[in-house]
Design a protein around this ligand. Structure first.
Ligand code: ADP
Ligand code: MG
Length: 400
């Protein structure tokens, strides 16, 4: 369960069927390992924590996953053999039926309710098998503490795992929220600079239309003025389209991304912001098309966050250099500014949530960058000199 939540759900939205298969495989594996390495206190009876897997498969994976795990668990238990197999079948069936009723309240509930349901589920299990067991052993009193202690371990184990799963899940949620927060922050700031960028062409369009309205013009002049006016509107339209592409929520899917095209669209978005602070943007496109695997919106967000930081580091102008190239089997992106730079301590803290030296900073931008780059199996190397500027080297596996 923990492996699933740590390494699988975490990585983003995998294919649902693949996820279900992986979930089942892990749950089955844990059950087989549990039963194989069970403690045998009394011949034929095996003590282990397999029902924890049944509990979470059903409550988290759903009735179907739980049913599959229930079937596998009993099949394997019968193969192993011994007197305990029948009581185990009975106990797991009672548990499974009860879990079916708990499933809905569980997924809709708060943490406290989940805790309660898990405690009940783990307490239900021994009701199925303990009476058989105590009935069959010659001296039930001798085994009473044994059974009680076993039950204590199993309830504690269930609650502990629930707790860990909840922590992992909330972490995934938080990370998604961070990405969104930073995005909305950006949208707000960019709206200001973009409206400026839209107003410029509109103003010139208006001017030329006015000119047409007033004077006597030759057909050539008229056609020239009209062309300029139409160009202005196209330009404004272009800026708005780009902005909306970024702002609208999207269903992300991993796809092959053309680095050059993505860089171009991000740059057209960021250029107004750069011009606002007298920054010269230099872009060296790669000599040939380069492709990486990733989610379009996230990749753009990642580059945008870095570029925005660079721009903010050069309040009184400077040069922003961006280049893309291929190296062996990777795609290298180089983003350089001539801004304030960072000290060693600042560099070390870069990427930790809420670390910001700006009055209105969120301190989330670089964290989002690191997490996106990691999700794309890439890496970031940052060098910086205080007073001279910073350099961000991103590298991603190249695909063809
Ligand atoms: P925010 O931009 O909201 O402050 P970030 O996570 O994007 O949050 O950046 C964290 C901090 O890292 C910034 O406040 C800034 O001090 C520093 N930083 C990031 N990029 C640069 C850069 N290119 N030049 C100088 N400092 C930077
Ligand atoms: Mg930032």
């Amino acid at each position: 369960m923990l492996v699933f939540h740590l390494f699988w759900v975490h990585k983003g939205r995998q294919h649902p069927r693949l996820s279900a298969a992986f979930f089942l495989a892990l749950a089955s594996l844990s059950i087989v390992v549990c039963i194989t390495f069970a403690v045998q206190t009394y011949p034929g009876y095996r003590f282990d924590l397999r029902h924890i897997s049944l509990i979470f498969s059903t409550l988290i994976g759903g009735p179907a996953a739980g049913g599959a795990v229930w079937a596998l668990m009993n099949l394997y238990r019968f193969l192993v053999g011994g007197d305990g197999a029948l009581p185990a079948l009975f106990a797991s069936s009672v548990s499974y039926l009860a879990l079916l009723f708990m499933y809905k309240p569980f997924i809709q509930g708060q943490f406290r309710r989940k805790l309660l349901l898990c405690a009940i589920a783990s307490a239900l299990f021994p009701i199925g098998w303990a009476p058989f067991f105590l009935w069959n052993v010659p001296d039930p009193q001798d085994y009473f503490w044994h059974v009680s202690f076993y039950q204590f371990c199993s309830t504690a184990g269930t609650l502990l795992i629930l707790y860990l799963i909840e922590i992992l899940r909330s972490q995934v949620r938080l990370q998604e929220e961070f990405v969104n927060m930073e995005k909305f922050h950006l949208i707000g700031e960019m709206a200001a600079s973009i409206s400026h960028e839209v107003r410029n062409p509109l103003t010139s369009t208006r001017g030329f239309l006015q000119l047409l309205q007033t004077g006597q013009h030759s057909p050539e002049e008229r056609s020239l003025y009209l062309d300029i006016a139409i160009n202005g509107i196209d330009q404004a339209n272009h800026v708005l389209t780009d902005y909306l592409t970024f702002a609208k929520p999207s269903i992300d899917k991993t796809q092959r991304l053309d680095v050059q095209a993505e860089l171009f669209s991000v740059l057209s978005l960021i250029t107004p912001l750069a011009h606002f602070s007298n920054i010269v943007v230099q872009y060296e496109p790669p000599g040939q098309p380069l492709y990486v695997l990733g989610e379009k919106q996230k990749f753009n967000q990642c580059i945008l966050n870095i570029l925005k930081n660079c721009i903010e580091a050069m309040p009184s102008g400077g040069t922003l250099t961006i280049s893309a190239s291929e190296q062996d089997d990777s795609v290298q992106l180089l983003i350089e500014d001539t801004g304030t730079g960072m000290s060693k301590e600042q560099l070390q803290r870069l990427g930790s949530p809420f670390y910001s030296t700006k009055e209105k900073g969120t301190g989330l931008g670089m964290m989002v960058v690191f997490s996106i780059v990691k999700a794309m199996s890439g890496n970031v190397k940052i060098t910086s000199q205080q007073g001279d500027g910073s350099c961000f080297r991103l590298s991603f596996p190249r695909v063809h």
